[in-house]
Design a protein around this ligand. Structure first.
Ligand SMILES: [Fe+2]
Ligand SMILES: [Fe+2]
Length: 276
């Protein structure tokens, strides 16, 4: 079991930031904004899914996972609160958040599915988030042009995503979820998540007035498809999920632990969930 500490980030997001806040780079600012726009709704869905999954477990197994699920819920609840503040600034800048409404409608349309499917969708998204998070921590230069408080926001979120990468996966296994649906849901979630984020990125670039500029897409190529880029360098990590003996802990979590240790002054510990 992983001990998941709930932390409150000590940064002020009431003050505005630049529209191209990531060092003036249009594409990466728009891309990260799209991710942030998806978080409050997405993370609420993860919280609801793991809570329902835990409830569906027999008493003995519930005991074993209760503290970790509580820590997961605490971390995601903190993420969604702080990204809601970030998104408020985006709203003031005139950005139009479409990804949230689309996700909301999807959650409603899929509400009738068995709890195992929701936990599988959570585990699938968490795998992609963990790949993104580890990539972010391995490439701190990606945020080099951002204000320190925004660097802290994205790196802290990344560190915690790595930290709780196994929770939904373990819950899915504990619920007796099978391999067929684990993989099927993972592939579906990948297509939906990436196309949603790309659509929102394009919308953000349109609003920014940089959609049709070659420099924007050169930045996009560098961020996503260069050798060390987010997409290209994570193809193998994405594929790992398809292996029958895969477990998220097989991926290295040391960068997350190191970041949390080295930046202990950036947050306050608010809870250390323990088994009851
Ligand atoms: Fe999160
Ligand atoms: Fe997460």
């Amino acid at each position: 079991m992983t001990e998941l500490v709930v932390r409150r980030l000590l940064i002020d997001l009431a003050a505005p930031f630049e529209r191209r806040w990531n060092g003036g780079d249009a594409f990466s600012s728009a891309f990260f904004n799209a991710l942030s726009m998806s978080f409050p709704q997405g993370e609420q869905y993860f919280i609801d899914s793991v809570r329902a999954g835990l409830k569906a477990l027999p008493e003995a197994e519930r005991q074993g996972l209760a503290a970790e699920v509580q820590g997961f819920v605490g971390q995601e609840a903190t993420h969604r609160r702080i990204h809601a503040l970030f998104n408020e600034q985006l709203l003031k800048q005139g950005f139009d958040n479409q990804i949230e409404g689309r996700a909301q409608r999807r959650v409603q349309a899929n509400a009738h599915y068995n709890v195992r499917i929701h936990v599988a969708a959570t585990a699938a998204t968490e795998h992609m988030t963990a790949l993104f998070a580890d990539w972010m921590l391995r490439h701190p230069g990606v945020l080099a042009g951002a204000e320190p408080r925004l660097q802290t926001l994205w790196q802290w979120h990344s560190a915690e995503e790595t930290e709780h990468r196994s929770t939904a996966f373990d819950l899915y296994r504990a619920l007796g979820g099978n391999e067929k649906y684990r993989l099927k849901v993972f592939k579906t979630v990948t297509v939906i998540f990436l196309s949603d984020v790309l659509r929102q990125t394009v919308r953000n670039l349109w609003h920014d007035g940089s959609l049709f500029r070659a420099a924007t897409w050169a930045g996009g190529y560098r961020l996503l498809w260069a050798r060390d880029g987010l997409m290209r360098s994570n193809v193998r990590g994405w594929r790992d999920y398809l292996a029958p003996n895969f477990h998220p802990d097989q991926h290295d979590g040391r960068l997350s632990a190191r970041w949390l240790q080295e930046h202990a002054g950036a947050f306050a510990v608010v809870a250390r969930p323990t088994a009851v």
